[in-house]
Design a protein around this ligand. Structure first.
Ligand code: ATP
Length: 310
């Protein structure tokens, strides 16, 4: 098989350094103001051209559909139809990002699919064109195409790239509960919120390279719903701060909680401790990932440096 017939892509997870809901629009969508950050946890997708027509997606993860309900399948089918692509496609999806965890796993897989097919079939789409296509499949997909540290407004499609978040350790903890994103937004009375996170303050702290000022301002308005419903989220936040995180927050609509650590040794100790207290595979130590790193990986150049997965 020719080398250009197959492509392997990483699809990185994100965390929210800030999440505000400005208002609920008449059409039911929520207007958001968020700071998104790529972290070093990822799914792996392999795309292989095939002579047999049709799209075939397989994954060892039984929690996700592999038919047209999957965002990977959806995006590939749309591109096949829109650009009249010939032949077939085999897709293998190795899921490592927890499903329905507030880390945009499905959106990131979808973004990776658009980027991979752009390359595999020489579609010559620009990043902006891919972002426009991406929003058809989910509000977080345009961000996942861009990656790195980004302010996302509107329903999530208006993107402003920020300076890189200063290097730090991120301890991810996925509480053993299921949270429905729909339930969270339905229970949030967005138009009656009296307190809003300081999203501009977080962005300014990042631009100034001031990790401490950034950490002090981390806030997610959706915690007002989830913490009441699932007290374990607050308990894990507290545990992360007790074990040395300078700040802990829930990501997206949850339930994943993360702690920001400046000290690598403290982060590793906290990781071990929490792994003893919870199920081992629910605790994961990583770092923030910047856009330059993502781009160089996409261009097939691996930068030197320590691996980010602990
Ligand atoms: P977000 O942070 O954008 O709210 P999430 O991390 O909470 O997303 P996902 O892991 O993307 O949630 O999954 C949400 C739902 O989407 C799942 O219940 C699953 O059935 C469906 N889904 C469709 N495609 C995928 C995919 N490629 N990976 C995971 N889930 C997918």
């Amino acid at each position: 098989m020719r080398q250009t017939d197959t492509i392997t892509m990483k699809a990185y997870a994100k965390i929210n350094l800030g999440l505000d809901v400005i208002r609920r629009r008449e059409d039911g969508y929520h207007e958001l103001d968020m700071i998104m950050q790529t972290v070093g946890m990822y799914d792996v997708l392999t795309f292989t051209k095939s002579a047999k027509p049709g799209i075939r997606l397989q994954s060892e993860n039984r929690m996700i559909p592999t038919d047209e309900r999957n965002l990977v399948y959806k995006a590939a089918a749309w591109l096949f139809s829109e650009y009249s692509l010939a032949g077939g496609l085999e897709i293998a999806l190795k899921k490592r990002i927890p499903v329905a965890a507030g880390m945009a796993g499905g959106s990131s897989d979808c973004a990776a699919t658009i980027k991979a097919l752009n390359c595999l079939y020489g579609l010559n789409l620009t990043k902006e064109e891919m972002e426009k296509i991406g929003v058809k499949f989910g509000a977080d997909v345009p961000y996942c195409i861009m990656g790195g540290t980004v302010r996302a407004e509107g329903i999530g499609e208006r993107l402003t790239p920020l300076a890189d978040t200063p290097r730090c350790h991120v301890l991810l903890v996925k509480p053993p509960v299921r949270v429905s994103t729909k339930m969270v937004y339905e229970n949030l009375n967005a138009n009656a919120l009296t307190r809003h996170p300081d999203i501009s303050g977080i962005a300014a702290a990042i631009e100034n390279g001031d990790l401490k000022a950034m950490a002090e301002r981390l806030e997610n308005v959706l915690e007002t719903v989830t913490v009441k419903e699932f007290p374990v989220i607050q308990a894990i936040k507290q545990r992360l701060e007790e074990t040395g995180a300078i700040r802990a927050l829930m990501s997206g609509s949850g339930p994943t909680v993360y702690g920001i650590f400046t000290d690598g040794r403290k982060a590793r100790q906290a990781c071990e401790l929490l792994r003893q207290e919870m199920q081992r595979n629910l605790v994961f130590l990583t770092t923030v990932i910047d856009r330059k790193r993502i781009r160089s990986e996409e261009n097939g150049i691996q930068p030197k440096g320590a691996p980010e997965n602990a």
